[in-house]
Every structure is written in structure tokens, then in C-alpha cells.
Design a binder for this molecule. Structure first.
Ligand SMILES: NC(=O)c1ccc[n+]([C@@H]2O[C@H](COP(=O)([O-])OP(=O)(O)OC[C@H]3O[C@@H](n4cnc5c(N)ncnc54)[C@H](O)[C@@H]3O)[C@@H](O)[C@H]2O)c1
Ligand SMILES: [Fe+2]
Length: 384
């Protein structure tokens, strides 16, 4: 395994982690003296945001509210939103929602006042700048999108998820407030929490893992594994919610400098072909990709197992295998189905899914063990 000593990481301008951040958000926004702000959020949160919205109005700040993005946005969703927003030209873009909302808010902030069109900057490092201030507040825990340079959209042309990756997608201000995640329903708590666990796990075991990022990743694994079942079983458990929100944030910091690997690459076709959510797709594949990868770095997978809460076994490989069992146990205790066929995925589609996954080389290249098309087929079959 290559332990690259190179590290390139971009941080948001300001990061607040606290319960009840909305009063502070209001103070910070007022201090910027905007005339108009765009609030991209979701309908269930509008009531919680009403005091903030009223405060803006008292300061003569217009608030454009958009609640049209619910799940996994597409190119078309973005284009439609831009047609609505561009003529109004807000000064600050605030995303308050899950990864879907944050990704779209990041792109709106980057597109306003930019001569480039979306098609010009899909890919890595193609965006030339961002004119508008951007604030991100996650309400799932989660994608870590609030601190990542990534935004993901579904391309309506080929139904594939495409990444826009640029340091200009890092927000100016980020507020992580665990109380905003209290209303997330159990199934979404489970799927999003396992997505965050996957970010940490795929960064820690990454072919390009870095000791600096390992610190975030291993602590994220520990926090999420120890708290996810409690948060799924009792959504009002604020301590569990806080620990997972922190784990998700740590996972977000893993995404820019190191990023994910085989699990995320193989999960893309589950989203595009069977419309399974991002978190659920990752959760379904995580133990099987881990199983496939163990032999490439038993020592690191053993450290993962310890962080997951396993006892140390006689050898690293034995400990690492216990880690896979632990992940399966967490998934089961979160009420997530263990097998692809339970969610309508068909066996006949496996070759097509494997072929589609092979296109995600930007993530496959990070996997600690080479995954070729035949290996992807075998992994899908083991998860079936
Ligand atoms: N930019 C990145 O770095 C990055 C990383 C991973 C995933 N993603 C992308 O993020 C998207 C997934 O985001 P997600 O997993 O956070 O889910 P999501 O944003 O799609 O939200 C899932 C559901 O939860 C609801 N929801 C969100 N917060 C809620 C709350 N507080 N109370 C009640 N309901 C709430 C949403 O309305 C939605 O119905 C995907 O498009 C994925 O590709 C981006
Ligand atoms: Fe993810």
C-alpha cells in the first residue's frame, strides 16, 4: 500500500459545532449586510427556521425560500432551480438539509455570476471560481458534504451520478447542529449514518490513506459504530445524535484529501438502476467489499475492527474478519436488509451493474485491492 505523504486539504472559512446554532447563524448573516439571501431547505424544517426567517425580515433582508429538492438531485433539478434563482440574484446561498440540499446549494453558489455552464465543470478541478457566499448546515449525519469539495448530481441523459469536485465548493461558513438531526426518521438515520461510517472506513483503508486524515477517519469510525444503533432506536437520544453528527463531520473531512473507494464506486449503479438511496446502497455493499479487501491490508482492517468495538484476535486477519461481522451486526441492528435481492435488485442485472461500476475509476483507483469487472461481479453476487 502506498502511504502518500502528500496532503492537500481545504477547510471551510468558519466551522461551528453546537446545539442550537440558528441564533448564531442569524447574527453572522446580518453582519454580512446582504439584501437578499437564498435558503435552500426541506419542507419539514421550515417551522424550525421560522424565527431565523423573521429575524432576516426585521433587518430588511429578503429571503427566497426553495424546498423543491428532496432526494438525490439531478442536472435537470439544478437547471430548473437556476432558472428560478438567477433572475433574483441573491447575495448569500444557505443550504440547510441533507446531502442532496447541500450539494445543490453549493452548485447554485458556484453557478451564479459564473460564465461557465454545468457541463463545463462536471469532473475534477474544472470550476474556475465562486462569486457568491455559501453557508452549509447539514440536517442528516450524513454525507459530510458541508466540508467536502464534492457535489453529486444524477445526469438525466445516462442516469449516472456525476461528481463536481472543486475547492470552490467549500462553504464560507458551516454550522453543524445535532439538534437539527432529531427529526430524521429511523431508516434515514440508519442509511445516512452508515454512509458516514463508510466515508471514514474507506478513507482509513484507502490506497492513498494519509496519517493526518487517519486521525479523523478512525475517530469517526469509533463514534459512529458506538452510537448508530442507539440513534436509530431512539431518535431523541441527543448524545447519540451528537456523536454521529461529529462522526459524519469527520467523515466529510476525509472526502477531499483521500476520498472513498470500492464501496462507493459499486454503490453508484444501485442508485442509478434501482433508485436505492446513497446511504442504503453503501450499507448493502460495505461488509462484502470489506471482506474482499481484507487481505490487501489486514493490519489496517484490524485497526478498523478495534475502532468498531471488536476484541483483538490472535492475528490481524482474525481481528479484521471480526470487523466485517461487526459491520454486518450493526447493519442488522439498524434494521437495514442484509441482501440486495431483498430490495428488488435482480440477479440478471449484476453484469450491467459491474460494467457501470467500472466507469467510476476515480474511486476504484483508491481501493486497497484492485477491483476488475469480474471482481465487481463476484462482490455483487456475494452481497446478493
Ligand atoms: N458532496 C458530498 O461530499 C457527498 C458525499 C456523500 C453523498 N453525497 C450525496 O448526498 C445525497 C444524499 O444525501 P443524504 O444522505 O444526506 O440524504 P438526502 O439529503 O437525500 O435526504 C434524505 C431524506 O431525508 C430528509 N431529511 C433530511 N434532513 C431531515 C431532517 N432533519 N428531518 C427530517 N427529514 C430530513 C430529506 O428531505 C430526504 O427525504 C446524494 O445525492 C449523494 O450522492 C454527497
Ligand atoms: Fe457517501
Amino acid at each position: 500500500m502506498v502511504h502518500s505523504q502528500q496532503l492537500s486539504i481545504h477547510f471551510p472559512g468558519k466551522l461551528v459545532f453546537a446545539n442550537g446554532v440558528l441564533p448564531q447563524l442569524a447574527t453572522d448573516i446580518i453582519a454580512l449586510h446582504p439584501t437578499k439571501i437564498l435558503l435552500v431547505t426541506i419542507e419539514p424544517l421550515i417551522e424550525k427556521l421560522q424565527v431565523f426567517i423573521n429575524q432576516m425580515h426585521q433587518e430588511n433582508i429578503s429571503v427566497i425560500i426553495h424546498t423543491g429538492i428532496n432526494q438525490e438531485p439531478s442536472f435537470q433539478d439544478f437547471i430548473s432551480l437556476m432558472e428560478f434563482v438567477a433572475p433574483q440574484n441573491p447575495d448569500i446561498i444557505i443550504g440547510i438539509g441533507g446531502g442532496s440540499v447541500l450539494d445543490i446549494a453549493k452548485l447554485v453558489a458556484a453557478q451564479l455570476g459564473n460564465e461557465q455552464q454545468l457541463k463545463d465543470y462536471v469532473g475534477i478541478g474544472l470550476l474556475k471560481g465562486r462569486a457568491k457566499k455559501l453557508v452549509c448546515i447539514p440536517t442528516t449525519a450524513g454525507t459530510g458534504s458541508e466540508v467536502s469539495p464534492n457535489a453529486i448530481l444524477v445526469d438525466n441523459y445516462d442516469n449516472q451520478k456525476k461528481g463536481i469536485i472543486s475547492p470552490y465548493l467549500l462553504p464560507d461558513m458551516v454550522y453543524v447542529d445535532p439538534t437539527l438531526t432529531l427529526s430524521v426518521p429511523p431508516a434515514i438515520t440508519a442509511a445516512t449514518g452508515l454512509d458516514a461510517l463508510t466515508h471514514c472506513l474507506e478513507a482509513y483503508t484507502n490506497k492513498f490513506a494519509h496519517p493526518f486524515i487517519d486521525m479523523y477517519a478512525i475517530e469517526g469510525i469509533r463514534l459512529i459504530a458506538a452510537n448508530i444503533v442507539a440513534a436509530v432506536k431512539d431518535g431523541n437520544n441527543l448524545e447519540a445524535r451528537s456523536n454521529i453528527a461529529m462522526g459524519s463531520l469527520l467523515g466529510g473531512f476525509c472526502l477531499g484529501p483521500v476520498n472513498t473507494a470500492g464501496v462507493h464506486a459499486l454503490s453508484y449503479p444501485l442508485g442509478s438502476m434501482f433508485h436505492l438511496s446513497h446511504g442504503l446502497s453503501n450499507a448493502l455493499l460495505l461488509p462484502y467489499v470489506m471482506q474482499y479487501n481484507l487481505q490487501a491490508d489486514p493490519q489496517k482492517y484490524a485497526q478498523v475492527a478495534i475502532a468498531l468495538g471488536c476484541e483483538k484476535g490472535a492475528t490481524d486477519l482474525i481481528t479484521a474478519v471480526l470487523g466485517v461481522e461487526k459491520v454486518k451486526e450493526l447493519i442488522a441492528n439498524c434494521g437495514i436488509p442484509a441482501r440486495l435481492h431483498e430490495l428488488g435488485v435482480t440477479k440478471a442485472s449484476i453484469p450491467e451493474m459491474a460494467a457501470a461500476a467500472m466507469k467510476i475509476q476515480r474511486l476504484l483507483k483508491n481501493n486497497p485491492r484492485l477491483i476488475e469487472e469480474k471482481d465487481a461481479i463476484a462482490i455483487f453476487e456475494s452481497a446478493f
